[in-house]
Design a protein around this ligand. Structure first.
Ligand SMILES: *Cc1c(COP(=O)(O)O)cnc(C)c1O
Length: 227
């Protein structure tokens, strides 16, 4: 399958799901996760008009960004070490993994303008997963007030990888509930209008539950490690 064929199939599925739950398909944005593929593949993604690119490692992400001349809108979706923030802030428009105040502090220190951040929430509570616990979220959002360059555009979660994607649904529902709680704080720096959730195997469920950004690697661009 080419990326073009994959995109057509995925877009069709997104249209069907959106229609079923009464959403506009344009409210769902696809992030092409290029971590498993070559620079050429990533280039192809941009040429097909997918503007959002996601990378989960700082060094590799910066390298790809440079190869592609920074074209497109870049999303940092992996665990972010504070010492890598300086390489990321001015290249990646979105950071999906804000999960601690020390990271917020470093972003504030290194950025030259407002940075769009998702707070990563560990909804499932798995110890292997990054993210802050749901019970700490509201305090965390309030604490971010001290960092004027941090804009909380939304929440992000990594759902557990289940054989039956239906089992991930409660995690997505919970993230939606948390989003509403944050929105209800009505903080100018935390509009929290976006939900980054859903990957190749469960994006249709995430969309039903309100995802506005889905992060697609394998199903869209393929995975060099799996051929
Ligand atoms: C790799 C990765 C993805 C994409 O995974 P696929 O299952 O290949 O679609 C999405 N989000 C994050 C945070 C990732 O690290």
């Amino acid at each position: 399958m080419t990326v073009k064929e994959n995109l057509a199939r995925i877009q069709q599925e997104i249209d069907i799901v959106c229609q079923r739950v009464g959403r506009e398909s344009t409210s769902v944005k696809i992030i092409a996760v290029t971590k498993y593929v070559s620079d050429e593949r990533a280039q192809e993604v941009l040429e097909l008009g997918i503007n959002h690119i996601g990378e989960n490692r700082a060094d590799e992400g910066v390298r790809k960004w440079q190869v592609l001349n920074g074209k497109g809108t870049w999303h940092f979706i992996g665990t972010l070490q504070s010492r890598k923030v300086k390489d990321i802030v001015d290249r990646f428009e979105y950071i999906h993994s804000l999960d601690r105040l020390s990271l917020a502090k470093e972003i504030q220190k290194r950025a030259t303008k407002s940075v769009k951040c998702f707070i990563q929430v560990n909804v499932s509570g798995e110890t292997s997963k990054q993210g802050i616990s749901p019970s700490d979220l509201i305090q965390f959002v309030n604490d971010l007030k001290q960092f004027p360059f941090i804009e909380v555009v939304g929440l992000m979660t990594m759902a557990p990888n289940e054989d039956d994607p239906e089992e991930t649904r409660p995690n997505f529902k919970k993230l939606k509930e948390l989003q509403i709680e944050v929105q209800n704080l009505k903080l100018p720096y935390a509009p929290c209008n976006e939900l980054s959730m859903g990957m190749s195997n469960d994006y249709h469920i995430a969309i039903e539950e309100g995802a506005t950004f889905v992060r697609l690697g394998t199903s869209l661009v393929g995975n060099m490690n799996k051929v």
